[in-house]
Ligand binder design. Structure first.
Ligand code: GDP
Ligand code: MG
Length: 597
């Protein structure tokens, strides 16, 4: 295709401002999908995405549009994930296109993710067309929101396109704006092949599917190509464009976006942002700025029923085929048995994977408290990554500990500002900036990621009745007074409950945990101390009193006979009791103790 007839773009928006609905409407109005095949939110293919209204994997669609100038254009829409956890994927896919539609809900205005996403688009050098959506709503105030876009983002919004993605009003104007206001791609057909790996996923029928954007050169079916980062060489079996269903195509030239398959075994072999070139006479220069996405939040996933370990292993293997940023490693815990230590891009990513395991694979899981990756500076000069608090070495060997900090941007109506500031302050936040746009405040905080992965989203939502929006980027690792807190039941440490905490917060966290456990652990024949400790020092303690004599017949106790113990052991599977020294703790106690509330 001639470059001047191509337009590549993405849609950036805060969640719920109508990105998916607009994409559907563009697809529908251009007849890309037959009316009878049209279903809501066509591009959000996974059920869980649809339910939660988020888009996780970048998707794309090729639209043919006969414009008013009499020419037919090819519009490639890349649907980028809208959530902070996937910021790296967003920033890469942004570099695969030249322009963005900035969708802002005309009844709401600019929100935190609008800002974060539009900055990424500007970073990628995009031309931006502002679109004011939901003008059918009585509360819509397009003039105010235009002003809001200019004040907060500093973008000229005088030519913003007012639309209703719901009713279809203004959609023809959006299509014309894409053609007339966004630039055509550039590229050299005769140069060596240089293409960006935009996304990859596992398809049960086709195996690994790779999406790419050609910058220079031409790629054809049958070509032998090389991934420059991994140095792997493959032969292209299938080359296609997405409409959004796959339609085979003999070649892709500069400015074009499509997919290929090449008998690639694992999604892990394909790195988003990598450069694809020909095996022979390829380019010498990869595209700039490649970095792999690294997991930042870790937690343990254990089957509630030990018999589910193999099915869990299976399910995890399948899911990681489809998600290169999800890392796993086997883990054993005295409390929870066999399971996996898993790494995620963020808390939402964690929730999505856990949900899919439970739903699609019908597994009951225990999730241990999410933890970030701490950097341990050892006295001998070594620097270690700590993924699991249970692996924390002896304090005397450690010089200092660093934790990841984030730069968080929160936008909130005036009346909730006080509560938001208090919440951030409580979470060891440092205020960096505070400004206003109309009735809304925008605060920027430096916060420890560890405090945010705990339950920050939920708290923020509840103190602002859902009116705050939040976005963050990881800024740096910084030293703080961080220690491992152990929980001891009857003087035995319980590995699954160990956590890293700030020294100043240790007492209150510890007290909370021992109080909770006191209610959760059944009484035994003897007194049971429940303690929180740092190193050898106890910082919180509760004592579970002994059971009275007259109920001994029914209890599973410390001084039971050998036979009795054997029987108990047999029953343990069903009752899911875990033995800690002389104490038995029901599995439910762990589940409740680990619940984030
Ligand atoms: P996304 O999160 O940005 O993809 O937003 P969606 O496209 O999923 O839309 C969020 C909600 O807003 C859905 O309930 C849509 O039906 C609704 N919505 C989208 N566009 C419009 C519109 O123009 N008018 C109205 N009234 N509702 C809309
Ligand atoms: Mg959506």
């Amino acid at each position: 295709t001639e470059l001047s007839l191509i337009r590549n773009f993405s849609i950036v928006a805060h969640i719920d401002h109508g990105k998916s609905t607009l994409a559907d409407r563009l697809i529908q109005m251009t007849g890309t999908v037959a009316q009878r095949d049209m279903k809501a939110q066509l591009l959000d293919s996974m059920d869980i995405e649809r339910e939660r209204g988020i888009t996780i994997k970048a998707n794309t669609v090729r639209i043919e549009y006969p414009a008013k100038d009499g020419k037919t254009y090819i519009l490639n829409l890349i649907d980028t994930p809208g959530h902070v956890d996937f910021a790296y994927e967003v920033s890469r896919s942004m570099r695969a296109v030249e322009g963005s539609l900035l969708v802002v809900d005309a009844s709401q205005g600019v929100e935190a993710q609008t800002l974060a996403n539009v900055y990424q688009a500007l970073d990628a050098g995009h031309e931006i067309v502002p679109v004011l959506n939901k003008i059918d709503l009585p509360a819509a105030d397009p003039d105010r929101v235009k002003q809001n876009i200019e004040d907060v983002i500093g973008l000229d919004a005088s030519d913003a396109v007012p639309i209703s993605a719901k009713t279809g009003l203004g959609i023809p104007e959006v299509l014309e704006a894409i053609v007339t206001r966004l630039p055509a791609p550039q590229g050299d057909r005769d140069a060596p092949l240089k293409a960006m790996l935009v996304d990859s996923w596992y398809d049960p029928y086709l195996g690994v599917v790779v999406m790419l954007r050609v910058m220079d050169g031409v790629v054809k079916k049958g070509d032998r190509i090389r991934m420059m980062q991994t140095n792997a060489v493959y032969g292209i079996d299938k080359l296609a464009v997405l409409k959004p269903q796959m339609v085979d195509i003999p070649e892709l030239g500069p400015g074009e976006i499509g997919i290929f398959t090449a008998s690639i075994k694992q999604v892990r072999d394909t790195k988003v942002g990598d450069t694809v070139t020909h095996e022979r006479k390829g380019t010498e220069e990869p595209l700039p700025g490649f970095k792999p996405s690294v997991p930042v939040v870790f937690c343990g996933l254990f089957p509630v029923d030990a018999a589910d370990f193999e099915p869990l292993r299976d399910a995890i293997e399948k899911l990681s085929l489809n998600d290169a940023s999800f890392s796993t490693e086997m883990e054993t815990s005295a409390a929870l048995g066999f399971g996996f230590r898993c790494g995620f891009l963020g808390l939402l990513h964690l929730e999505v994977i856990r949900d899919r395991l439970e739903r699609e694979y019908d597994l009951d899981l225990i999730t241990t408290a999410p933890s970030v990756v701490f950097k341990l500076y050892m006295k001998d000069g070594e620097v270690r990554d700590l993924h699991n608090p249970a692996d924390m070495p002896d304090l005397t060997l450690i010089d200092h500990v660093e934790e990841p900090r984030i730069k968080a941007t929160i936008m909130v109506p005036d009346e909730y500002l006080g509560d938001v500031l208090k919440l951030c302050q409580d979470r060891r936040g440092i205020q960096l900036d505070l400004s206003y746009a109309g009735q809304r405040a925008m605060v920027v905080y430096d916060l420890p990621l560890a405090e945010v992965v705990f339950d920050f989203y939920d708290r923020l939502k509840s103190v602002t009745k859902g009116y705050a929006s939040f976005d963050y980027t990881i800024s740096e690792y910084r030293e703080d007074h961080l220690v491992k807190m152990s929980i001891l039941v009857n003087d035995e440490p319980v590995d699954a409950l160990a956590m890293m905490v700030h020294r100043d917060r240790a007492e209150s966290r510890g007290r909370g945990m021992v109080e909770k456990l006191k209610d959760l652990i059944p009484r035994h024949m003897f007194k049971i101390p429940i303690q929180a400790a740092i190193g050898g020092r106890v910082i919180a303690r509760e004592t579970l009193s002994a059971m009275r004599k007259d109920v001994t017949a029914k209890c599973y106790g410390g001084d039971a006979s050998r036979k009795r113990k054997l029987l108990d052991k047999q029953k343990a599977g069903k009752k899911r009791m875990r033995q800690f020294g002389k104490v038995e703790i029901p599995q439910e106690a762990f589940i409740s103790a680990l619940k984030m509330d």
